[in-house]
Design a protein around this ligand. Structure first.
Ligand code: GLU
Length: 302
């Protein structure tokens, strides 16, 4: 369910949306569009870059200002969510654009962003070490993770699903997993933990990256890949002849932006963006996942 927004909030959203529309029509009012940095295609800079941002009491923002650059942890092998096309060097995806929106709201354009790929198992450490300013990459909010870091959001809700070979007629849902079906997922993820805890008879295989699990599925080494359905839909869409998503989501995964535990100011700043920026959220969703078949509305922040 989406929160009711005030007119003032909509004003901010409308301004940024205008920048987005202008960008798409090739208007020169888009200052950074695809020119800065060594990454990014034509429309990687959608957002109006804020000026004179003051975020008092945020150690993260102080560090960003000091180095004049935002360092953002992301995924880069998850089509539709966080993806790097190595041939064009272009980063795309819902999460990547959420990350860009936050950077722009902090006053930082595409050429002042450094994206760092960080696997599921290494996220808390990267945040607590200060290696990244924040993390946007299918990162479920959990109480255990909250012992080490903080989350803004949620900004997206999905659930654990299953990806199998297109010609597999045996696994139709999680109820069909058994001692003869090896299931692959990423180290340090909530879905691998869920299989271990609630399906202890099911053999598991894990890799750092989901793309390695998809390879193992294609080669017949495992019978299923499990993670959030939104991620699996992206892999199936890339290779529909060989892969399919089966069943219904069987957990609830609420995605948050990972950030330092002591940075309540940044957490509140991002939560306010999410609360007031529903139109921008929708535009980011439509651009990246609009044709994916994923049906989701923006959740209210915690
Ligand atoms: N959302 C789940 C998690 O945070 C799975 C996806 C991922 O590993 O990024 O563990």
């Amino acid at each position: 369910m989406r929160r009711t927004r005030t007119l003032a909030g909509l004003g901010i959203a409308a301004a940024a949306l205008l920048a987005l529309t202008a960008c798409n029509s090739g208007s020169p009012s888009n200052p950074g569009g695809g020119t800065g940095g060594d990454e990014g295609g034509e429309d990687s800079t959608w957002f109006e870059v804020a000026t004179d941002v003051d975020l008092e009491g945020s150690p993260t923002f102080d560090a960003i200002k000091e180095r004049d650059k935002v360092v953002i942890g992301v995924k880069e092998d998850q089509p539709g969510l966080g993806y790097l096309d190595v041939t064009t060097n272009e980063r795309t995806g819902f999460d990547v654009d959420i990350a860009r929106w936050i950077a722009a709201s902090l006053g930082y354009d595409e050429d002042k962003i450094e994206f760092k790929p960080i696997a599921s198992a290494n996220r808390e450490q990267a945040i607590t070490n200060g290696d990244i300013d924040y993390y946007v990459g299918t990162y479920s909010i959990t109480d255990k993770r909250k012992e080490q870091i903080a989350f803004a959001g949620p900004y997206f809700i999905t659930g654990q699903g299953l990806l199998v070979a297109a010609d597999n007629d045996d696994i139709k849902s999680e109820a069909d997993l058994n001692a003869d079906t090896t299931v692959c997922s990423a180290t340090g993820s909530t879905p691998i933990q869920n299989i271990r805890t609630n399906y202890p008879e099911v053999p598991t295989k894990e890799f750092d990256l989901y793309s390695a699990c998809v390879e193992a599925l294609l080669s017949g080494e495992v019978q299923a890949v499990t993670t959030d359905q939104a991620i699996l839909i992206g892999y199936a869409a890339q290779d529909p002849d060989n892969l399919k998503v089966v069943g219904e989501p069987f957990t609830e995964e609420r995605y948050g932006v990972g950030l330092a535990k002591d940075d309540a100011a940044l957490q509140e700043f991002i939560n306010t963006m999410f609360t007031d920026g529903g139109d921008i959220w929708q535009a980011i969703f439509d651009k990246n996942l609009g044709s994916s078949g994923i049906e989701v509305t923006q959740p209210a922040v915690d």
